[in-house]
Write a protein that binds this ligand. Structure first.
Ligand code: DX5
Length: 226
């Protein structure tokens, strides 16, 4: 966690893939803190998206930290692949990591930051024994698989629970949220304790430029912190 700054993390899932490099650079120019790349295998989630080739391509477009959000059933088999592709943070889902400690060791051995994602139905306390080994907890505020969904309000208390868990232990672990994040929902998630905000359709849409969208999201952060 960088001081108590709140960071915006555009998810390229909603970007225009015919000009992906440009869209990533627009986000960087507009002050993105990182870029999230949503990797889906059509098994863990009902959608198929992108793999290491896209991580490599985005790596060539920006110096920003890249998060590889692995929504795949066998993350243990692809950790090195995404590390070599240029990801800085590798996020595995708790629900498909029966050997989570081993996955954490693999990510650390690859010299990368460890992220663990929790689906809406997975309680935060499942991480209490390994939290000191984790750099980022990703609270899914939607059921993963698609952009443009509404935030599930029942996930808000989990953000606070995760924030309390890391604060009580004196850890500098990031609390990231993903799904339905926009100018209307940002005040709730920031007040609940999130410091990294993943946004897809709120950043990449036809209504406004990336710069306008990012400014609007940033404006929603300020009052949430006062
Ligand atoms: C969905 C992905 C999200 C998605 C968010 O499973 O993990 O990152 O892109 O999209 P929005 O911000 O539109 O809900």
């Amino acid at each position: 966690m960088i001081g108590n700054q709140i960071g915006l993390v555009p998810s390229i899932l909603s970007a225009d893939f015919t000009r992906l490099g440009e869209q990533v650079r627009e986000a960087e120019a507009a002050g993105a803190q990182r870029i999230q790349i949503d990797v889906m295998d059509g098994h863990f989630v009902p959608n198929i998206t992108m793999g290491p080739l896209v991580v490599e391509a985005v790596r060539r477009c920006t110096k920003l930290p890249l998060e590889a959000h692995l929504m795949i059933t066998n993350p243990q088999d692809y950790i090195e692949t995404f590390a070599q592709a240029g990801a800085d943070v590798i996020i595995v889902h708790y629900e498909v990591s029966p050997h989570l400690h081993r996955n954490i060791q693999k990510i650390k051995a690859a010299g990368k930051q460890v992220g663990v994602a929790l689906n809406p139905s997975t309680p935060v306390f499942m991480l209490q024994d390994l939290i000191s080994l984790i750099d980022l907890v990703l609270i899914m505020t939607i059921n993963p698989g698609f952009g443009g969904q509404e935030l599930i309000p029942e996930t808000l208390p989990k953000i606070t629970q995760a924030r309390q868990l890391v604060t009580q232990r004196g850890l500098s672990c990031d609390i990231e949220v993903d799904g339905g994040i926009n100018a209307a929902t940002i005040p709730q998630v920031v007040r609940a304790g999130a410091n990294l905000l993943v946004a897809g359709s709120a950043v990449y849409n036809e209504k406004e430029t990336v710069a306008q969208a990012m400014n609007r999201l940033r404006e929603a952060i300020v009052p949430a912190r006062s």
